[in-house]
Design a protein around this ligand. Sequence first.
Ligand SMILES: Cc1ncc(COP(=O)(O)O)c(C=O)c1O
Length: 385
Amino acid sequence: MTTIPCQRDAFDLPRHVTYLNCAYMSPISRTAMAAGEVAIRGKTRPFETTAADFFSLPDRGRELFAQIVGADKEGVAVVPAASYGMAAAALNLPVERGQEIIVLKDQFPSNIYPWRRLAADRGAKVHMLNLPDDGANWTDALLSAITSNTAIVATPHCHWTNGALIDLDQVGAACRASDAALVLDLTQSAGVFPTDLSRIQPDFAVAATYKFLMGPYGLGFLWVHPKWRDGRPVEENWGSRKGAEDFARLVDYQDDYAPGAKRFDMGERSQFQIMPVAIAGMEQLLEWGISSIQETLTARTLQIAARAKQLGFHSLDVGERAGHYLGLTRDGGLPKNLVQRLADQNVYVSVRGPSVRITPHLYNDDVDVDRFVDALTKEVSRANA
Ligand SMILES: Cc1ncc(COP(=O)(O)O)c(C=O)c1O
């Protein structure tokens, strides 16, 4: 594990822009852009797309995602969005009347709405956990909330508002002990926070590719535990059926699905124009190394947190939060219109709940930190005036 030098040259970010908003949407690298250009151009020459490409392209995506999250590639399905993965989970997990589905307060809506629907359909209840004021963390809150009446725990690896970390090894073990299913939204952690699904053993785990997987919008991957791989897919498409490779025999309709988790693939899962972008992004991440990325970004957010502290901003400590994710809060609240005012100075961050959300990546350097701190200092002075 090593710290990675700044990779700004691998991206096409203008020098006058300080982009600290990877949790909103990552830029794709120059390499991924080149792969995308070739892919779009490929559609002008459809005669060059072979039947084998329909399968090899998504299979390469599965393989890379599996490597990134520590899972088997046979268990990976191609999906268009995190919400689609959640829909597959909700369609298959048993929930009895009166049971509970546990979620975290202020969790991303794609990991809330399917559970509200499922609970309403089955006469179950969504239990939205809040944090007590005694300094307990989400892991403690989850561990004390999971009981034999818990049907499903649906959680991220780190909270999207401030990066608060959930210990998924402990939560996974607690779910198994209570016979509860575990569903993970890894959209804010896959590709940047080391994750080993073979240890955590969730039932379903999904990530959209357009954030820390440094891929395109409109694509994601879903890992499905072996025990659900004979489950019911959200849709019935030709590509996920057994023998789909033989195009001449597609109308010899098949009741059997392709093996593994392929039955959960979305229609048109080959995604000729955007899958190559996702592949290039994930190859680059694996080349850098997920642990090294995390270590590098941890140092970066610590540097920012230390400077922001002098301006009266607080944050969780590393360990309580994921290293790549910094939520800054301030007594008395944030300066008004902070996001827009910073954007006017070419500094890009988000506000989520009470936190300014700072999510750098390897393209950021000390110049960006100085520019962010200068802009923030100006806004704090203006607010205090
Ligand atoms: C935690 C989390 N999950 C999922 C998503 C995206 O969800 P979907 O792919 O359903 O649009 C986001 C987007 O901000 C997110 O922050």
